[in-house]
Design a protein around this ligand. Structure first.
Ligand SMILES: Nc1nc2c(ncn2[C@@H]2O[C@H](COP(=O)(O)OP(=O)(O)O)[C@@H](O)[C@H]2O)c(=O)[nH]1
Ligand SMILES: [Mg+2]
Length: 319
């Protein structure tokens, strides 16, 4: 059973029967890029042998699985292909699905939960990846479940960032705790957590800056925020979500490494899956960062956030 921040995915599936359809829609360009090319490769090669796998390699890399992940997937198929044990295309796709699901499931973990008091979600990542938008979507999801939420505007680096979070706050009916632009991100976090604790708010979602003057500066700031959070709620943050932009592919993965090395990331949100033919990057992320993808962003609206289910994802890719 897949756990998300908000309980089991089965519960969410029951509420939203269209989840698989929405995932299929979101990866439609990736599916064309992957599944339909595989059809062509097999049609061209007639039988599935070592040559087919060579052609398949280029296709998997084009879908942004990355070279290491592609090699791992193909390695598992090579022996069988050499002995002509992959009878037809359905069998080939079934094996690919099995390999990819295995990688995705291998990175899964259960988010730690707050024993008592507010659950704190720290949202980090490079500028423009979709942090603030994702926070708005998460607030919307939680509000829809009747939870109480506070947003914390700790991206004090730009005035526009605070205003953008406030727009999401009013859209979702959630209060935003803020300070003036240029203010101390940790100070506003302290205020937000103190307020949440006093009010017994269910969730606090914390927006952070994507960049400061230097990388070291940024990482030190995030570290300070963690320490500050723990002064108010000892086991906070309960989840640190790294937001990544699917359209930046392998470059985004490079940038993400810097965060996972020093920001205590526990899960990934992959945004803009709707805009790319390279959704295979999900698999590369799981394998290379060893972290589960918790959610995918599939558009700019409040409802455009889907809990990530590896089986629904592979089924959608090869549908
Ligand atoms: N198509 C699409 N656009 C998105 C998604 N998530 C965010 N965006 C857009 O990406 C841009 C940057 O988002 P923002 O939340 O400001 O990024 P931040 O700098 O990380 O806070 C905005 O124009 C968002 O509307 C998504 O899942 N799909
Ligand atoms: Mg932002």
């Amino acid at each position: 059973m897949i756990q998300t921040l908000f309980g089991s995915l089965d519960e969410e599936k029951n509420k939203k029967p269209g989840l698989l359809d929405r995932m299929k829609e979101a990866v439609s360009r990736t599916r064309e890029n992957l599944s339909e090319r595989i059809d062509e490769i097999v049609a061209f090669n007639k039988e599935i042998d070592a040559n087919t796998l060579d052609d398949l390699e280029a296709t998997l890399i084009a879908a942004d699985l990355g070279t290491g992940t592609t090699q791992q997937v193909l390695e598992a198929l090579r022996e069988r292909a050499t002995h002509r044990q992959i009878g037809n295309i359905d069998e080939l796709k079934r094996l690919l699905k099995e390999q990819i699901a295995g990688i995705l499931n291998g990175a899964s973990n259960v988010p730690p939960r707050s024993v008592n008091g507010p659950e704190v979600i720290l949202v980090v990542g490079v500028n423009g990846t979709g942090k603030t938008t994702t926070i708005g979507k998460l607030a919307n999801t939680l509000r829809g479940q009747g939870k109480t939420v506070l947003l914390c505007a700790s991206d004090t680096f730009r005035a526009a960032a605070i205003e953008q979070l406030e727009v999401w706050g009013s859209r979702t009916g959630v209060e935003v705790i803020k300070t003036k632009p240029g203010g101390d991100p940790s100070a506003v976090l302290f205020d937000a957590l103190t307020a949440a604790k006093a009010r017994n708010t269910d969730y606090v979602i914390v927006d952070t800056a994507g960049r400061l003057h230097t990388k070291q500066n940024l990482m030190a700031e995030l570290e300070k925020m963690r320490r500050t959070a723990q002064k108010v709620i000892s086991d906070a943050p309960h989840e640190t979500l790294l937001v990544m932009d699917a359209t930046t592919g392998q470059n985004g993965l490079q940038q993400a490494r810097q965060f996972t090395q020093s920001a205590g990331v526990s899960g990934i949100v992959l945004t803009k899956l709707d805009g790319t033919a390279k959704g295979g990057v999900v698999v590369a992320i799981s394998r290379e960062l060893g972290l589960p993808v918790r959610y995918v962003g599939v558009g700019e609206k409040a409802g455009d956030l889907l809990p990530f289910d590896s089986q629904a994802f592979v089924d959608s890719l090869f549908a």
